[in-house]
Design a protein around this ligand. Structure first.
Ligand SMILES: [Zn+2]
Length: 242
């Protein structure tokens, strides 16, 4: 089944935070045994961009081989668990890198613009999309029917076509106020904020959220101690030491 692309609303963005500017810092991606890319983007295009991510202070490219891309496609639901593709070596990896580079540049440009301007350079994404073929079909779902796009998968680019199509939808219909980078200074992951309050700040509360919460708590504590050097806590600490 083709994964559905969540609908997005149109609005006027104002923020210009770059989404994919971390890419230039990657010189030599290294293996990260046991690690896999996190899916925090809440949009397939952003999840693809997030396959370059910081691990222990170093930028890691999680898509270093055809097998890496296949695993990611299975992880994201764009390939079946037992699926494989008979393409020439590195074709899937190269196509994924090409699409990822295209999306990073385009999403950065779209975020910097006030609206999806006609002058936005969409040629690279259009070139990628031009290799796709799909049929539209009505298919059943638990509570009725749905319109499904059935993509041909005769090339590596075609396997990635649903993600390219989702990215095209994001560029045209996405609310780029909600397309943001994690607020952690070291983190480069980006996401589409689909929370009700639209106040999502972190790629994940379990990692960046908690780390910053603890750091802020410690900073407030030390500021309080600096403001009140003879507080009971400090006196007790002094007594213990003497
Ligand atoms: Zn983060």
């Amino acid at each position: 089944m083709t994964p559905s692309v969540a609908s997005t609303s149109s609005a006027t963005p104002s923020s210009t935070d770059p989404i994919g500017s971390h890419a230039s810092g990657i010189t030599e991606p290294h293996d990260a045994p046991g690690a896999s890319p996190v899916l925090v983007g809440d949009h397939p295009a952003l999840d693809l961009i997030n396959t370059i991510a910081p691990i222990d202070g170093q930028m890691v490219d999680f898509l270093q081989s055809d097998d890496d891309v296949l695993r990611w496609l299975i992880q994201t639901g764009y390939a079946a668990p037992d699926e494989s593709f008979p393409f020439k070596p590195d074709a899937l990896r190269d196509a994924a890198h090409s699409l990822r580079d295209t999306l990073r540049t385009l999403i950065d440009a779209r975020k910097a613009a006030a609206a999806p301007s006609p002058s936005l350079d969409v040629r690279a994404l259009n070139a990628f999309l031009s290799r796709g073929h799909y049929q539209i079909q009505l298919t059943p779902k638990p509570d009725g029917l749905q319109i499904a796009h059935r993509y041909e998968r005769r090339s590596a680019e075609q396997v990635l076509m649903p993600i390219a199509a989702a990215a095209a939808d994001l560029i045209v219909n996405g609310n780029f106020d909600l397309v943001r980078k994690c607020e952690d200074r070291e983190c480069t992951l980006c996401f589409y904020d689909r929370t009700k309050s639209h106040r999502r700040r972190w790629c994940s509360m379990a990692t960046c959220g908690n780390r910053n919460k603890v750091a802020n708590f410690r900073r407030r504590q030390s500021e309080r101690r600096a403001d009140h050097p003879t507080s009971p806590d400090d006196r007790q600490e002094t007594e213990r030491k003497t």
